[in-house]
Design a protein. Structure first.
Length: 116
């Protein structure tokens, strides 16, 4: 797959994405975004751009684990990890990620059901 530019609030990351990740990152506005993907593997990222440094770096950003949690955020949905992609040079935040998991993978939470 070709490398993709993933936008975050503090810059962007260039990374190799799977087809599934590309679909998640596409919010229908002509750009791909970091947040919907979750955590990217460091080996999949090749470059990053920092708005503070106003520079594109030819290496991946740092990954900063903000919090390792098991917080229930909705019925059957657990926030497992919260973190940030940060600039290698100035440590400003390029973007954030969240890792979720379903408590019960076989559950039908999110399925539309008739109330009758």
């Amino acid at each position: 797959m070709p490398e993709s530019k993933l936008h975050g609030s503090g810059g962007y990351i260039i990374a190799d994405l799977t087809e599934e990740q590309t679909k998640k990152a596409d919010l229908g506005v002509g750009k791909l975004f970091l947040a919907p993907i979750g955590k990217l593997e460091i080996q999949k990222m090749s470059k990053h751009y920092c708005k503070i440094c106003e520079t594109e770096f030819s290496n991946p950003p740092k990954i900063h684990l903000e919090e390792n949690t098991n917080e229930q955020v909705a019925e059957n949905l657990i926030l497992v990890e919260r973190g940030q992609y940060t600039c290698q040079q100035c440590s400003s935040i390029i973007g954030e990620y969240r890792v979720f998991k379903k408590q019960d993978e076989s559950s039908d939470i999110g399925q539309a059901k008739s109330s009758q």
